[in-house]
Design a binder for this molecule. Structure first.
Ligand SMILES: C[S@@+](CC[C@H](N)C(=O)[O-])C[C@H]1O[C@@H](n2cnc3c(N)ncnc32)[C@H](O)[C@@H]1O
Length: 359
């Protein structure tokens, strides 16, 4: 099971509805052809010198085929930030390389409209067709914040600055940038955001970009809130593994047409980092579950990344057995990507410690 998401005030259902209506008017073969082109492109050479999303067919294909997954991944990352900084409710949001607006729908899913003062949101992207479709989709929403989003054409380039915003999101974009532009964007986000959330595909290369960005955010004075329980060096040995999570995504009819098979869902793998400026109240989790828990007869194996305050920090495996009562029940319900507090209230810490293994 994926990370437990905050249940959005209708954002996910609304987005699904808006996307379902999209394919009307686009012949199925044209939609499938545009999806194939996108897939081929993303397997090939990125970054490019010009937008990949060139016309309506491209952006409809992107929105129908990829946006549900990027929405769920960003929603999970923003949800993890909201869990660790419960008082944080961004008054404004800047989504850089926002395309058709997955991250602004995700923010609406986590924080609603932003309370009494409707959140002011700006999406920056160089692909005009993506911005136009994003505007069209958000225009169908009941959320005042979504309807009021400003969709602005802008190119991300090395040395560029960003306007200040309480929340800056950069989702599935770093891969499309040159190294200079990537560094420049992360540094600009660190300089201008009170909270910065960066999401990439959950691949070894995506994780490497996240780790690099995480280092730059820390160097700029931000504090990591999620997923890491600490701001130290990532304990994963470079090249040996990669930190990633999964978000469950319902498959659309277009998905099934392009990918075949009849599965009703798939898991979007993603890597992310959420960091905040020192004045934002909150703390990182004590430990996070970094693999799908393994449920065996009478025991659950949890692979954890733990912070320096834990008895043993870094990566470790915790075995929780039936004897541990409430902790065992909590472990059986625990999901990949969730925080883990050891099922603390059962008063049997000693026994549980005895069951700990090295990862
Ligand atoms: C894979 S899409 C991700 C879109 C959206 N953030 C999401 O999560 O669904 C990458 C986006 O980055 C934009 N992009 C790539 N390079 C850019 C650049 N140099 N300047 C502005 N936008 C760029 C693309 O146009 C596209 O909309």
């Amino acid at each position: 099971m994926p990370i437990p998401f905050h249940t959005a005030p209708h954002a996910d259902e609304e987005l699904r509805g808006a996307l379902a209506g999209l394919l009307d008017g686009l012949p199925p073969r044209q939609a499938a052809g545009a999806v194939e082109r996108l897939i081929t492109h993303y397997r090939g050479k990125v970054p490019t010198g010009a937008p990949v999303l060139r016309d309506r067919a491209d952006v409809v294909a992107y929105a129908a085929y990829r946006m549900p997954a990027t929405f769920e991944a960003v929603r999970a990352a923003l949800g993890a930030l909201a869990d660790r900084a419960p008082g944080f409710d961004p008054a404004d949001h800047l989504d850089v390389g926002g395309g058709t607006g997955a991250a602004v729908w995700a923010a609406a899913g986590i924080w609603g409209d932003g309370g009494e003062r409707t959140r002011a949101t700006t999406v920056l992207d160089w692909a005009e067709p993506a911005l136009a479709l994003g505007r069209e989709l958000a225009g169908t929403s009941r959320s005042a914040a979504l309807r009021a989003v400003e969709w602005r054409r802008a190119r991300i380039a090395p040395g560029g600055e960003l306007p200040a915003a309480e929340l800056i999101t950069v989702s599935y974009v770093l891969n499309e940038l040159t190294e200079d532009a990537r560094h420049g964007l992360v540094d600009a986000a660190a300089a201008s955001g009170r909270a910065v959330v960066i999401v990439e595909p959950g691949t070894p290369a995506g994780y490497e970009r996240i780790i690099e960005a995480r280092g730059r955010l820390i160097d700029a004075g931000l504090r990591v809130m999620a997923p890491c329980p600490h701001g130290d060096t990532c304990p994963i040995e470079p090249g040996s593994d990669w930190c990633h999570f999964a978000a469950r995504v319902g498959r659309s009819s277009l998905h099934r047409r392009v990918k075949g098979g009849s599965l009703a869902y798939e898991d979007e793998k993603f890597s992310y980092v959420a960091a905040v400026r020192p004045e934002v109240a909150g703390t990182a989790a004590g430990a996070r579950i970094v693999r799908r828990p393994q449920i065996r007869k009478g025991q659950v194996l949890l692979d954890l990344c733990a912070g320096p305050d834990a008895r043993r920090g870094g990566l470790r495996r915790e075995t929780v057995t039936k004897r541990h009562g409430p902790a065992y029940r909590a472990a059986r319900d625990a999901d990949w990507g969730e925080e883990w507090d050891g099922g603390r209230d059962d008063g049997r810490d000693g026994e549980r410690d005895a069951g700990r293994d090295e990862a």
